[in-house]
Design a protein. Structure first.
Ligand code: GAP
Length: 453
């Protein structure tokens, strides 16, 4: 695909997100705030379905993982010990010509020295470290003693609560602690829609193990995480595993993979899977003076566990899901004339709305009553949407555009008016193939649940 086509595709995706209530610019009526986004009625469902599926696979379907929900603000000492206060920074460069503030890795070099990507200027400052953490004050006095930061990753809450969780869960190594929550980074240049934001969510697992298991578990988690992305509908050939080279890895990590996705704006990281050794727990043990050791009852040895960390971004995955789902095909309109159909081909398990219910005509009371009965029947099982307005073809299209995988139509056959054997049956339409089948109303909950899970 050409660059122009990819850029146009991305433009269409961004505009669809706003038009259909997936993602809005934060504080839009005041001109917005760079790098911040709000999820609308459909976006919030999509995001929730993603997080719920991650939690199901990473926590509920396993015996060896428990959850945590840590606070966003923590004692400043956490960020000193973790190294974030001193080193969580990006090198920043100013362009003296157009006054742009840039990350050093965004400069372009066409063989004639570094240039500003905005104006092409070469009058640039030397790179200097810019700490990405948002600083704030806790309590009524704003001085050095009350400083802390909005967390730039969820992981540290897991490390500092390691001992408490170990005690209450009585888990044996290897075991993990999972968390989903907000993280904040004062990115120098937020860009590519929600891809690089200043406020975002992470889904992180810290999987504690013995030193000798670390490298094997790094492979294991990389493979598990690839399966996860396939299971939410991301094509395997658009996913790539980058082995982070030695010189780019954190000094304490013995191995890191980046799982990348082919976004319309290029191949970019969705998730990092890192073997972080015993670095984090050791740092916190040293700084706090509290033991974070594990006691092995069999060998009677005490040691600091190592950790493998799959760390995924919620917002980046939501964006990948939308980019992956976005498609245009040809379908007949009401009069049989072919027209372009916009479809979000979401996997049913992450689609915001699972099923739409339509009475064929809104002014035929028995059709409307039956359709509403079906909504009540389905509500405890799946998220359904009732729509009676407009021609049935147009109602289908509206649902296609937001990725609703199933549509149920209540027609005169449902009422048994033409053929009594069809009483209490409906048509069930599948979004991608547009095929319709006739099914009994009473079977709908089982059929839908089995196709969505
Ligand atoms: N605890 C490890 C950690 O935070 P990271 O690679 O800095 O590692 C993990 O972040 C994931 O968080 C990334 O792969 C990405 O999906 C997401 N992420 C990081 N910065 C982000 C940003 N500015 N906007 C959106 N997502 C971000």
């Amino acid at each position: 695909m050409s660059t122009v086509t990819d850029a146009q595709r991305m433009e269409k995706i961004v505009s669809l997100c706003k038009r259909r209530g997936l993602i809005f610019q934060s504080s839009e009526i005041y001109g917005g705030l760079n790098g911040l986004w709000d999820y609308g009625p459909l976006g919030v469902e999509l995001k929730r379905n993603l997080k719920n599926y991650w939690w199901r696979v990473m926590v509920h379907e396993r015996d060896d993982v428990v959850g945590l929900d840590g606070s966003i603000l923590m004692n400043r000492a956490v960020w000193k010990a973790s190294g974030h206060e001193d080193t969580f920074s990006d090198p920043m460069v100013d362009c003296r010509s157009c006054k742009a503030r840039l990350r050093a890795d965004q400069l372009i070099d066409k063989g004639k020295g570094r240039q500003c990507p905005n104006c092409g200027g070469k009058d640039l400052t030397e790179p200097r470290a810019f700490n990405l953490m948002f600083k704030t004050y806790v309590g009524a006095t704003e001085d050095e003693s009350s400083v802390t930061y909005l967390r730039p990753e969820t992981a540290q809450a897991i490390f500092v609560q390691f001992k408490n969780v170990l005690e209450v869960s009585r888990k044996k190594l290897p075991f993990g602690i999972a968390q989903i929550g907000k993280a904040f980074r004062n990115e120098i240049n937020p860009r590519n829609f929600t891809f690089r934001s200043r406020e975002f969510e992470q889904m992180e697992l810290e999987y504690f193990c013995r030193a000798e298991e670390g490298m094997k578990l790094l492979e294991y988690w990389k493979d598990e995480r690839l399966k996860f992305y396939e299971n939410i509908g991301i094509a395997r050939d658009k996913l790539h595993v980058l082995t982070v080279p030695d010189e780019e890895r954190a000094f304490y990590s013995k191995g890191t993979y980046d799982i990348e996705y082919d976004f319309p704006f290029g191949r970019q990281e969705l998730e990092g899977v890192a073997y972080r050794t015993d670095y984090d727990l050791s740092q916190h043990q040293k700084a706090s003076g509290k033991s974070l050791e594990y006691f092995d009852e069999e060998t009677k040895q005490k040691f600091i566990p190592h950790v493998v960390e799959p760390s995924a971004g919620v917002d980046r995955t939501v964006l990948a899901l939308i980019c992956e789902a976005y498609s245009e095909d040809q379908a007949p309109d009401e009069k049989g004339k072919m027209e372009t159909r916009l479809v979000l081909r979401f996997h049913p398990r992450i689609a915001p709305i699972k099923c739409a219910v339509f009475p064929l005509l809104k002014n035929k009371e028995p059709l409307v009553a039956k359709a509403k009965e079906i909504v009540d029947l389905l509500r405890p099982h799946v998220f359904v949407f009732y729509d009676e307005s407009g021609a049935i073809g147009r109602r289908y299209r509206r649902q296609d555009e937001i990725g609703t995988p199933f549509g149920i139509t209540v027609d005169f056959e449902t009422l048994g008016e033409k053929d009594s054997t069809l009483r209490d049956t409906v048509t069930l339409r599948e979004r991608d193939s547009m095929k319709q089948e006739r099914v009994a109303i009473k079977d709908l909950p089982d059929i839908l649940v089995s196709r969505i899970r």
